[in-house]
Write a protein that binds this ligand. Structure first.
Ligand code: SF4
Length: 397
């Protein structure tokens, strides 16, 4: 349940965004060559694109007026014809420990999506991380029963710019107010985004072209410079798209939302399993591993009494054994705010994992976080829309 109030709602009307951006090009949707072409068409020197890219992705600028090395005429043109990620924060929540920050963004056409910033203190050899969980679609067509987004249905794909805008929002926030892990003396402040995971609303590989374009923009050496190995694409298991991804030069990480060790069980919660059953999915993963030499992470949401017994762990180990050290299982106790499912207790989680360890399957458990702000995807939007409906139905005083 929510234990902190929504805060920092920005007071910009949706109609304002619609009217202002309707005929404008979103610069965050353009790769550098596209931006060069766009400027050339307007009689500008293509090298201006590099300057503009630097303002957008290094200075994290949101206002053309601040772009001091661009001529006044160009700034004026940009003001009239372009915009920078036309999204508005409708609601924002921070967990009590301030390590999970969730925003609800309204897009230019009024659609609502969520994005989450997760801050991790340094652990052992690894330094602190700031990871953005990014949405790739408004709504989702795949209807997984444990997922709030899945119950909304599909609205539309996000543009590359709308995907990039989510990351830049949090990048600006951290730049303005760097974070340091409280109670860890000596830990350094972190002022930039270190990782992104495509695990927000929607199925990223269903929006393949826009997704890949957004990742290339964020990866660009002239721009945001986020390393491909710091990007994780999580899929419900779209087999042809997994094969396509394996041929991309961009070396992003692949995660599969597995959640069940048998077709029978998976089909009950994930309708996609009827189209691409486990045999086909695992074959695509094997091909991906062969083509890339990279490990695949299997996300496994633990649902008490549904898929969390040692027998399920045995089945899971059997399924993944052929992938050898290239398979890693990430056990995720289901978010307690979900209406129909409960997370297993610590003993059940330990028993599940020890079966995997005994069978040589590498695994970890995702630390629970953000429960107090309903961090599972789709929940903030659902709440916001319920509130909006209630407001609309309430008698006007
Ligand atoms: S888990 Fe992912 S693929 Fe399944 S319904 Fe939710 S957003 Fe869609």
């Amino acid at each position: 349940m929510l234990s902190v109030p929504d805060r920092a709602c920005y007071n910009v009307g949706a109609m304002t965004i619609h009217q202002e951006t309707k005929h404008k090009v979103d610069l965050l949707s353009l790769t550098l060559p596209e931006m060069e072409g766009w400027l050339r068409e307007r009689g500008e020197e293509p090298y201006r694109a590099r300057q503009l890219y630097s303002w957008l992705y290094r200075q994290l600028a949101t206002d053309f007026a601040t772009m001091s090395n661009l001529p006044r005429g160009l700034r004026q043109k940009l003001e009239e014809e372009a915009c920078i990620g036309p999204v508005v924060v409708r609601s924002e929540q921070h967990s009590k420990d301030d390590r999970t920050r969730k925003i609800l963004l309204e897009l230019a056409d009024g659609k609502l999506i969520e994005a989450v910033l997760m801050l991790y203190p340094p652990l052992g050899e690894s330094s602190a991380r700031a990871t953005v969980c990014v949405s790739s679609q408004a709504g989702c067509a795949f209807g997984c029963t444990f997922c709030a987004t899945g119950q909304m249905g599909f609205d539309r794909h996000l543009s590359a710019g709308e995907i990039v805008a989510q990351v830049l929002h949090f990048a600006r926030e951290l730049r303005a107010d760097p974070w340091r892990a409280a109670g860890l003396p000596g830990s350094k402040t972190i002022d930039h985004i270190t990782n992104i995971v495509l695990m927000g609303m929607g199925e990223p590989l269903h929006n393949y072209d826009n997704l890949l374009k957004a990742l290339r923009i964020l990866n660009s050496a002239e721009g945001f410079q986020l390393g491909a190995r710091h990007m994780t694409v999580s899929t419900v298991g779209l087999v042809p798209a997994i094969r396509r991804l394996s041929q991309e030069p961009l070396q992003v990480n692949l995660a599969i939302s597995l959640h069940a060790p048998s077709d029978e069980l998976r089909g009950q919660t994930m309708p996609i399993n009827r189209k691409y059953p486990l045999k086909e999915l695992l074959a695509a993963c094997q091909d991906y591993i062969t083509a890339t030499g990279r490990q695949v992470t299997f996300e496994y949401v633990l649902l008490a009494g549904v898929n969390d017994t040692p027998a399920h762990a045995q089945q899971l180990a059997e399924l993944l054994t052929p992938l050898k050290q290239f398979a890693h299982v990430n056990c995720i106790p289901v978010n307690a705010t979900g209406a129909d499912y409960r997370p297993p207790g610590p003993d059940a989680i330990r028993a599940f994992r020890s079966v995997l360890f005994e069978r040589g399957v590498s695994n970890s458990v995702r630390a629970e976080r953000g429960d107090d702000i309903a961090a599972a995807c789709g929940q903030l939007r659902t709440r916001f829309e319920e509130r909006r409906k209630q407001k609309a139905l309430a008698p006007q005083g």
